[in-house]
Ligand binder design. Structure first.
Ligand SMILES: C[S@@+](CC[C@H](N)C(=O)[O-])C[C@H]1O[C@@H](n2cnc3c(N)ncnc32)[C@H](O)[C@@H]1O
Length: 343
C-alpha cells in the first residue's frame, strides 16, 4: 500500500502530497547547489559546523543556514552533535558525494542538469516536438561522448562490479556489450573472469571515448570496440554473452525486440543475454525512476519509453530465449532480464 493509499484508508485526504510533488524541483536544485559548493566534501574534510562551512565555501552565513537546513530536512545531512552544531553526511552522501573518493558519483547525480529547462517545456515538446529514432544520439561527437561518459562511468563501474558479483561468467569466452559506452561492464568482466574477451559496440563517435577507458584500464589486449548503430544490422559474432545495460528506455518496443532478436542470432548455442535497465513493474506503478527515464526520452527527442518486466521477458521469449526471468539488480533502480539460448 502506498503512503497516500494508507492516508485515504484513514479518511485523510489533504494537499500535502500534491504540494510535495509540485515543488519537488526545489530538492533537485538544493542537491545540485550542495554539490556545486562541495558542501559534503567540506564536511568530510572537517569543516563540519556552519561557521566552518561558511569559511570553506565563501558563502554568506545566511545561505549556509538555508542550505544546511534544506539538507537536514532531506536527510542528506544529520547532526553528529547538535549541541555543538557538528554535522555529518548521511551514509549514502558520505559514500557517493564526497569528492576524491573512488565512489564519487557527483557527475552522475548532475547528469541530466542541462535538460532541466526542457523538462519544464514538456507540454510544448509533447505538442510540437519532432522525435527521431536516435534522439540525442543523432548528433553525438567524440567530444560530447567523452563528457557524457565522464558521468555514466562514475556510476557504471559500480554497477558493473555488482554485475560480476551476481553473474558467474567463468568459462565464457566472448562478451558483446551493446551500447557499452565507457566499457564499464566489458572492462570489469574481463578483469574478473580469466579467458574472457569483450567487444564494446556503440555508435562510431562514442567508441572513440570507449578506447580511452580501455587504455586507462590496461585491457587493450582483451577489449575491442565496434562502431555501429545497434538499431540496424547483424551483430559481431560469435559471442557467448550479450550485455545491454542502461539504454532500454531510449527505444520503443519494436526496436528493443529487434535488438534482442539479433543478439539471439549472434549468440552461440547455450549463450546468455542480460538486459539491465530501469524496468517498470507490470502494473506500471513503480519505480518512479523507471517511469521518469521513459519521459526523459521526450526531452531527448527520441521515441523511447519505459518498458515493463513482462514486456522485457516477452522480447526474450519471442526471440527464442529460454529460462527468461527478470530479477532485481539494484533494488528500486535497476532490474536485470536474463535469457539463455538453447544449447
Ligand atoms: C546510458 S549509456 C550506458 C553505457 C553503459 N552500457 C553503461 O551501463 O555504463 C547508453 C549508451 O547506449 C549507447 N547507444 C544508444 N543508442 C545506440 C545505438 N543505436 N547504437 C549503439 N549504441 C547506442 C549510447 O551511445 C551510450 O553509450
Amino acid at each position: 500500500m502506498t503512503a497516500s493509499e494508507a492516508k485515504e484508508q484513514q479518511g485523510r485526504i489533504d494537499t500535502t502530497r500534491l504540494q510535495d510533488i509540485a515543488r519537488a524541483y526545489t530538492q533537485t536544485a538544493v542537491l545540485y547547489s550542495a554539490i556545486d559548493v562541495e558542501l559534503f566534501s567540506h564536511i568530510d574534510k572537517g569543516a563540519d559546523t556552519e561557521v566552518a562551512l561558511s569559511d570553506a565555501t565563501g558563502l554568506r552565513p545566511v545561505d549556509i543556514d538555508r542550505l544546511v537546513t534544506c539538507c537536514l530536512s532531506m536527510d542528506l545531512l544529520r547532526w553528529a552533535d547538535q549541541s555543538s552544531g557538528r554535522l555529518e553526511n548521511a551514509p549514502d552522501v558520505d559514500r557517493y558525494l564526497v569528492k576524491g573518493k573512488k565512489t564519487y558519483a557527483g557527475p552522475w547525480m548532475t547528469f541530466t542538469r542541462n535538460s532541466v529547462p526542457d523538462w519544464f517545456r514538456m507540454t510544448e515538446l509533447m505538442r510540437e516536438g519532432k522525435p527521431t529514432l536516435l534522439g540525442m544520439y543523432e548528433d553525438i561527437t567524440p567530444e560530447s561522448a567523452r563528457k557524457y561518459h565522464e558521468s555514466t562511468s562514475s556510476i557504471g563501474f559500480g554497477a558493473a562490479r555488482r554485475f560480476v558479483r551476481s553473474v558467474d561468467l567463468s568459462g565464457r569466452r566472448h562478451l558483446l556489450d551493446l551500447g557499452g559506452g565507457s566499457g564499464a561492464y566489458s572492462i570489469t568482466a574481463v578483469k574478473t573472469f580469466d579467458g574472457l574477451e569483450a567487444t564494446v559496440l556503440d555508435l562510431p563517435p562514442v567508441v572513440e571515448a570507449t578506447k580511452d577507458y580501455i587504455a586507462q584500464h590496461d585491457v587493450v589486449d582483451k577489449v575491442t570496440t565496434h562502431g555501429a548503430d545497434f538499431t540496424q544490422g547483424e551483430f559481431p559474432s560469435p559471442c557467448d554473452v550479450v550485455v545491454m545495460a542502461s539504454n532500454l528506455p531510449i527505444y520503443d518496443a519494436e526496436v528493443i525486440a529487434s535488438v534482442v532478436a539479433r543478439a539471439f542470432r549472434a549468440l552461440e548455442p547455450g549463450g546468455e543475454m542480460h538486459l539491465i535497465g530501469e524496468i517498470l513493474d507490470d502494473d506500471r506503478r513503480a519505480p518512479v525512476d523507471a517511469a521518469m527515464w521513459g519521459m526523459n526520452e521526450l526531452i531527448c527527442g527520441s521515441l523511447g519509453r519505459a518498458h515493463s518486466r513482462a514486456e522485457c521477458k516477452g522480447y526474450f521469449e519471442a526471440a527464442g530465449f529460454v529460462d527468461a526471468e527478470v530479477s532485481e539488480f539494484i533494488p528500486g533502480t535497476l532490474a536485470r532480464c536474463f535469457g539463455r539460448k538453447p544449447a
